[in-house]
Write a protein that binds this ligand. Sequence first.
Ligand code: MG
Length: 209
Amino acid sequence: MTPDLLAVAAATKGFLPDDEAAALHAAALSADGGLWLEVGTYCGKSTVHVGSAARRRDAQLVTVDHHRGSEENQAGWEWHDTSLVDPHTGRLETLPSLRRTLWDAGLDDVVTAVVGSTQQVGRWWTSPLTFLFLDGNHTEEVAQHDYAAFAPHVVSGGVLCIHDVFENPADGGRPPWNVLRRAVDSGAFAEVSTTGSLRVLRRKSTPFA
Ligand code: MG
């Protein structure tokens, strides 16, 4: 990434350490062009890292989020940011932050923001994917839903990245780990690399189970 883009990403709110961001960018660069999907946008920090790779690979990136924050972002929770609350709804509102991030990064022509829950989008999504980044809601129900809704669309040889995967329960929640196990144990994906809590996998040519 150029220093300008790294500065935009660094100035964007989010939960992505630098080493994991670099690994995510590299994983995206290893994917073919075509259509890429990010699940969980927040303010667009990882969107800059993936979107800048998408431009180089001549891919289009879709990023989906309802933009009202996850449970851990709401008032009273650990990851609450009062500056992101919309006084009209009283809820978190991250879409304006994303729009500014994409503008600053010059990625408006590469990234399409879809505003809706993954349960909504999963009902109509049919497009094949050469890259998928799962980083949405971390409840077991939604994490499993997101894998089931979108991972089957990853083409053979396509790249799957999963964020916030912690093997040790003391380090973080179980759902992303369970999704990783599901992806590997099903035989559909092979593990490629681990950087912090970021896991990179590649879709095998075997039928999806
Ligand atoms: Mg994450």
